[in-house]
Design a protein around this ligand. Structure first.
Ligand SMILES: CCCCC/C=C\C/C=C\C/C=C/C(=O)SCCNC(=O)CCNC(=O)[C@H](O)C(C)(C)COP(=O)(O)OP(=O)(O)OC[C@H]1O[C@@H](n2cnc3c(N)ncnc32)[C@H](O)[C@@H]1OP(=O)(O)O
Length: 305
């Protein structure tokens, strides 16, 4: 499936894109902002791994990741997120989206490590294209995007949050946020590094990226990684209040300003997407990198037991 940013989608999505969007239980989901949650609109926008609760009256859709146990960014979740965002974006009823998690205690565990281990170069190519596509689509969205971070938010989870216009984090000391890639033995690509620098500044990024820092809420607020830290049961309502503040600004002026602020960062990737994919594939295929990732994944699995 060719999208605006030029990416082709997985073969199964290309053949039957909507096959990824079956089996929605959206009609039974809890009410959205303003109470419009369960109707046909929800069915139209949502999918198996992405619940969408649209509220036409406010022009806001709440989009919930539902890929248990930890919302790891599998190829399927990445694809469904892009398709859901595209659908909402194409419906002029909507001016804003709140991104949040339907899984308890985790916003997103980041890239799905099983997509990065033991696969072939063709798979890594397809996967990295999907990562790029989600980032471009969120980072350059004309909608207002607010992240309602209701759980742990490492690595790829933080990347989604960083692409939003505003971040509200639940005040739970277990809900760490940051780019911890170095602790897995991998590096952050330049376009994600740029996004970090744009958000928390050069010196703070230099330290946090090298150390793989994961910040608890108070520190995340202090460093400017999130805009608000609120009690857990107030994350969604605070995100809705933030959304109202952003939507009070005329769309055209806000959108032009957003583009002005973000274009240079996005263009750096757009100019060298293929090279970035090649870099990623050759990096991830290295024996040493595969070994580091497998050790990390094994530690995660053992930690549980
Ligand atoms: C030079 C060119 C550029 C090269 C670029 C290279 C790479 C890309 C770089 C950057 C982009 C981003 C990278 C990433 O996102 S990598 C992923 C990093 N994520 C993490 O480190 C988080 C790991 N997870 C956790 O810390 C915890 O799971 C949690 C999120 C805090 C939740 O804790 P909780 O206790 O609730 O759950 P468990 O730990 O018990 O996990 C349950 C279950 O899920 C499995 N799991 C967890 N995280 C992942 C994951 N990211 N991918 C796949 N699977 C995951 C975990 O192993 C458990 O599985 P089990 O089978 O044991 O049930």
């Amino acid at each position: 499936m060719a999208l605006a940013s030029g990416v082709r989608f997985p073969a199964r999505a290309l053949l039957r894109p909507w096959s990824l969007l079956r089996d929605t239980t959206l009609g039974r989901s809890e009410p959205a902002a303003g109470g419009g949650g369960g109707g046909d609109g929800a069915r139209l926008f949502g999918s198996q791994r992405v619940l969408v609760e649209p509220d036409a009256a406010s022009g806001v859709a709440v989009m919930k990741f539902r890929n248990p146990p930890v919302n790891s960014l599998s190829l399927e979740l990445l694809t469904e997120l892009v398709i859901s965002l595209e659908k909402v974006e194409n419906d002029k009823t909507f001016r804003g989206v709140i991104l949040t998690s339907a899984c308890p205690r985790v916003f997103s565990a980041g890239l799905d490590l099983t997509e990065l281990c033991g696969r072939n170069p063709a798979h890594y190519t397809e996967y990295w294209k999907a990562v790029q596509e989600l980032w471009l689509r969120t980072y350059l969205s004309s909608l207002v995007l607010v992240a309602a971070i209701n759980g742990a938010c490492p690595a790829g989870g933080c990347i989604i949050a960083l692409a939003c216009d505003c971040r509200v984090l639940a005040d739970n000391p277990k809900y760490h946020i940051g780019l911890n890639e170095t602790l897995l033995g991998i590096t952050t690509p330049f376009w994600l590094k740029d996004t970090y620098v744009n958000t928390i500044g050069h010196r703070a990024s230099e330290q946090a990226l090298q150390l793989g820092s994961l910040f608890p809420p108070s520190e995340a607020l202090q460093v400017g990684l999130v805009d608000q830290v609120v009690p857990e049961d107030q994350v969604l309502s605070t995100a809705l209040s933030e959304m109202a503040r952003w939507l009070a600004v005329p769309d055209h002026a806000r959108q032009l300003t957003k583009t002005m602020m973000r274009k240079a960062t996005a263009d750096r990737l757009l100019r060298q997407r293929d090279a970035d994919i090649q870099n990623f594939v050759s990096f991830i295929c290295r024996d040493s990198i595969q070994k580091s990732l497998q050790v990390y994944l094994e530690k995660l699995r053992q930690r549980k037991g």
